[in-house]
Ligand binder design. Sequence first.
Ligand code: GLU
Length: 502
Amino acid sequence: MTENTRIGSNDKTTSGTPPVRVRYAPSPTGMQHIGGIRTALFNYFFARSRRGTFILRVEDTDQTRFHPEALEDIYESFRWLGISADESPAAGGDYGPYVQSQRLELYREHARRLVEAGRAYWDYTSASVQRSEGEEAVPYNYSGRNLSESQIREYQEEGVTPVLRLLVPAEGEAVFEDLVLGRIKRKHKDLPPDPILMKSDGYPTYHLANVIDDHLMEISHVLRAQEWVPSTPLHLLIYGAFGWDPPQFAHLPMVMGKDGSKLSKRHGSTSLVEFRRQGYLSEAVTNYISLLGWSLDDSREFFTRDDLESLFTLERINKAPAVFDYRKLEWFNGQYLRDLPEERLTAELLPYIQEAGWAQSPASAADRDRLVALLPLIRERLKVLSDVVPLLRFVYEEVQQWPLEELIPKQADAASAAVWLDAAWQVVVQTGTDDEQTLDDALRVAAEKLDTKLGNLLMPLRVAITGSRVSPPLVGSIRELGMERAAARVAGARRVLESETN
Ligand code: GLU
């Protein structure tokens, strides 16, 4: 077979190690999620670390589940992650087109070859049931395997369009060495009965298109999620039926939630766009995802994209499932936010400030300056960019209400809270906010005098000033507001407590 000669001998046998060519092959049926992005990144890092080629191929053969916004989300996710494919629908390349729905003629031609070789057959008996992919509703009973010519003619006269089925031999087994999981074997008789390769709508199924494209695009390594392991024996049969050498396979470990079940919406956000909206940084997400099933040396945690582009190896991929820990990701994000240069942090935060209605769009120089001035107050407390809104609301907006349950420390009542608030504010007025240490000492002394904890003095004041218990550091917040605005807020909170004591 010509292809066989081309691939088998040129690349794999005569020139030593074949060039690394890997692909990310998403189906545009839903938004990009953590698992998919992990696959994309691992492929990308592997390609870069081996000076290979990273390909983006869009697998849109299931037309019933195609969503244009899912397609846009693939490109948008790549842009956000800062990764680009060497060959893709946008970048082009010598092996295109890179969108499967534009390759239909190729699949049809290959389908005919399989039939001619006696490795697949047209089944007229299940035509009407199969337009979309997935499990067949009724298990196939080989009804289409041995139709007589006259039966076929009858179906044709009725206008039935057949589906193409792979002829799965009853004997033998598929064996492959997975680069992560080791040797995997599956008896042919345990495979699904003669799976469909081409549907009655003329579109190939995932199995057929995936194998043909991986071959024609000269993919050297298939790095994909472990859920595809059961499909691989079937793919090997298809490679064999064409007379092609299969690529190498590396199935990536599952991504689980903390409870040990597969990561899903039940655990929290799973799509990249949700993490983006909440204000995770691309570098933090990339860093954290790179550790989902991979490690350099079991201890180092921080990696830039550049690091990963040179350090990534397949050998260090774990077999064991990876656990997605939302808190750990948040922690990474906080670390990255802390180190972000002022200009970049401002640029990242501004959209949230604009959305809250606190800055114009586009932002004016004054908007920008104001935010820059506020950064020292919040930088240490930001876990995600969107935290900026609750943290700075007290600066940009007047406090409208002071929730009682926030104003009153635990196990205390409104009367004591009022006393503590008065005392704390008095200290602030007397001491001023210029020297934090002096103010802090004075507040401590006042608390002792009142025979209470420092926290009981600070909490009512914090809530008075900011309207919330979660806020930037207190002294800085007062300084930001100025004494006059701060005093008005203390008076407001005081009235709330008073109405409760009367
Ligand atoms: N289109 C498949 C998916 O959506 C690709 C699986 C593979 O990499 O072979 O995951």
